[in-house]
Design a protein around this ligand. Structure first.
Ligand code: HEC
Ligand code: HEC
Length: 475
């Protein structure tokens, strides 16, 4: 329902279905503000606060998930251990190629996520930011903030807690071979996950050091145990271990996970609103929220209830029909006969029906990202959402022109991707341009915890690394 006065507005989304809108032209993030009367009218005559409250209650959204962390851990955060984790995060001592570490891809300037549309690991130029160069891997680095609450990790959920609860290892933790379920004894999914990145050759280990994942971890431990500063740091963090006990990879995993536990940023305007602060959202954001939880159908996948832990993801895989961007220079062989595809979930399940399915992106703090979707196919949030609302139409108009030059080459096949498009994304509710703008406003601003902004997280960059290495330069 649109009031007569609004009819003259360009209804790009509606008209775009009829083919009248020329391209994926950007919509200004702050569109025309709706008056309370207009809000009521687009909302079917109902009071927007009453509707939104009803929706949040129906989905069990409390806005208090951050406060559950220590209860679920069963103990307070160990600040001293987290500090060791922070130093490791930034120290290339754990990258056997001597040029990368977690922070090279999980950068504090972007919510501990990527500064690039597709990650650049080893053989990089030492920069973290838009100027980072080097061979690309296959996917964009997700933000590490809030991962404490994720029951599945990675774009294809290949690391997961079968209990549906990352804090509960009673049903073990599942990883692909060679680790399998061998990391199940560790207390949290993130503690187990920390065993993997140093062993990834394209991410950190490089191709020179021979051997298995365990051999690589052994070599990283040798470096740490040879370093008097790290020995002291770990000894302080684990005061009950007898003096002289060597650092183990369990210790490393625990330290890194502890740092990640300190990276919970889930106090966004939507949380404050759910806790009763009515002014936490602007009228437009409330309208965007009502669409998100209602007619636009987003919450069906970007879920908040139950195992979703209010993270705006069902942590399942769906085909969203994203164009297959292929970097000109990379060190991962892509999938498919043309080596220009990403099979997503099928890489794990081996089933062709699972091709192109990726985990629903958790949307908290998505505004901090430099690019969107599993391969950074979009560098503007509004472009990503507009495509997502109508992938078939978006596909015809898609261009790589806004991506870094080395990602502007021919894309992989899109027809087989669109053939598998998730049924929920085949038909999308037509939105007026004002509704689209408020939906983007909600996703961009109402899900952003201001404490995760770059100026705050940059303070976590160590001035000096324990290993004495130079470290990476953050742009
Ligand atoms: C070369 C870049 C790179 C480095 C270095 C790197 N990561 Fe990642 N990380 C990624 C990418 C890319 C993904 C997603 C991979 C996928 O889904 O296939 C990821 C995924 C993750 C996830 C899961 C996030 C989610 O939303 O599921 C966590 C946690 C994580 N990394 C932690 C770490 C830690 C800890 C380190 C250092 C020990 C590290 N990473 C080093 C690129 C990197
Ligand atoms: C059928 C399930 C489904 C529905 C419905 C859905 N999404 Fe998504 N969404 C996904 C998946 C899956 C991805 C990741 C796709 C990929 O990268 O290949 C995604 C990615 C996104 C991203 C990019 C986030 C990032 O990390 O790059 C945004 C933003 C987003 N969705 C917003 C929305 C909004 C807004 C709606 C409602 C209009 C919506 N989605 C509806 C499944 C869904």
């Amino acid at each position: 329902m649109i009031t007569p006065g609004r009819r003259s507005l360009a209804l790009c989304i509606v008209s775009s279905i009829a083919g009248a809108c020329s391209d994926l032209e950007p919509v200004r993030p702050t569109g025309p503000a709706l008056t309370p009367t207009e809000l009521r009218s687009v909302n079917g005559g109902h009071d927007v606060d009453a509707t939104l409250r009803r929706q949040l209650t129906a989905h069990g959204f409390t806005g208090r998930v951050a406060s559950t962390l220590e209860t679920r851990l069963g103990r307070p955060i160990d600040r001293q251990l987290a500090e060791v984790g922070r130093l490791l995060w930034f120290d290339p001592i754990q990258g056997l190629n001597d040029d990368n570490t977690c922070a090279g891809c999980h950068s504090p300037t972007h919510g501990f996520g990527d500064t690039q549309p597709i990650a650049i690991g080893i053989e990089n130029n030492g920069l973290v930011g838009p100027g980072r160069t080097g061979p690309r891997n296959q996917r964009r680095t997700p933000m590490a903030i809030n991962t404490a609450f994720y029951p599945t990790l990675m774009w294809n959920s290949r690391f997961h807690a079968p209990s549906g609860n990352p804090f509960d290892n009673r049903q073990g933790f599942v990883f692909p071979a060679p680790e399998g379920t061998s990391l199940s004894y560790l207390p949290h999914l993130l503690t187990a996950q920390a065993f993997i990145p140093p062993t990834e050759r394209v991410e950190a280990a490089g191709f020179h050091f021979p051997g298995t994942n365990d051999d690589i971890r052994g070599e990283v431990l040798r470096r740490l145990n040879d370093d008097a500063r790290y020995r002291t740091l770990f000894a302080r963090a684990f005061p009950h271990t007898p003096p002289g006990t060597p650092i183990t990879f369990d210790d490393v995993g625990r330290a890194i996970a502890e740092f990640e536990f300190t990276l919970v940023f889930a106090d966004a305007p939507i949380d404050r609103y759910a806790r009763g602060v009515r002014e936490a959202l602007t009228p437009a954001q409330k309208q965007g929220a009502v669409l998100f939880f209602g007619r636009a159908g987003c919450v069906a996948c970007h879920a908040v209830s139950g195992a979703a832990n209010e993270m705006f993801s069902d942590f399942r895989q769906h085909v969203a029909g994203i164009p297959q961007v292929v970097p000109a220079v990379g060190n991962v062989t892509f999938d498919g006969p043309g080596a220009n595809e990403d099979f997503g979930l099928a890489q794990v399940s081996g089933r062709s029906a699972d091709r192109y399915a990726f985990r629903t992106s958790p949307l908290r703090n998505v505004a901090l990202q430099s690019a969107f979707m599993h391969n950074g196919a979009f560098v503007r949030l509004e472009d990503a959402i507009r495509y997502h609302l109508d992938a078939r139409r978006g596909a015809a108009l898609y261009t790589t022109a806004k991506l870094p030059v080395d990602m502007q080459g021919p894309t992989g096949p899109l027809d087989p991707v669109l053939e598998r498009l998730d049924p929920l994304l085949r038909t999308s509710a037509p939105l007026t341009e004002a509704e689209f703008t408020s939906l983007v406003d909600f996703v961009r601003n109402a899900l952003l915890d201001p404490a995760a902004r770059p100026q705050h997280l940059r303070r976590l960059i160590p001035g000096k690394l324990p290993s004495g290495r130079a470290g990476l330069v953050f742009q």
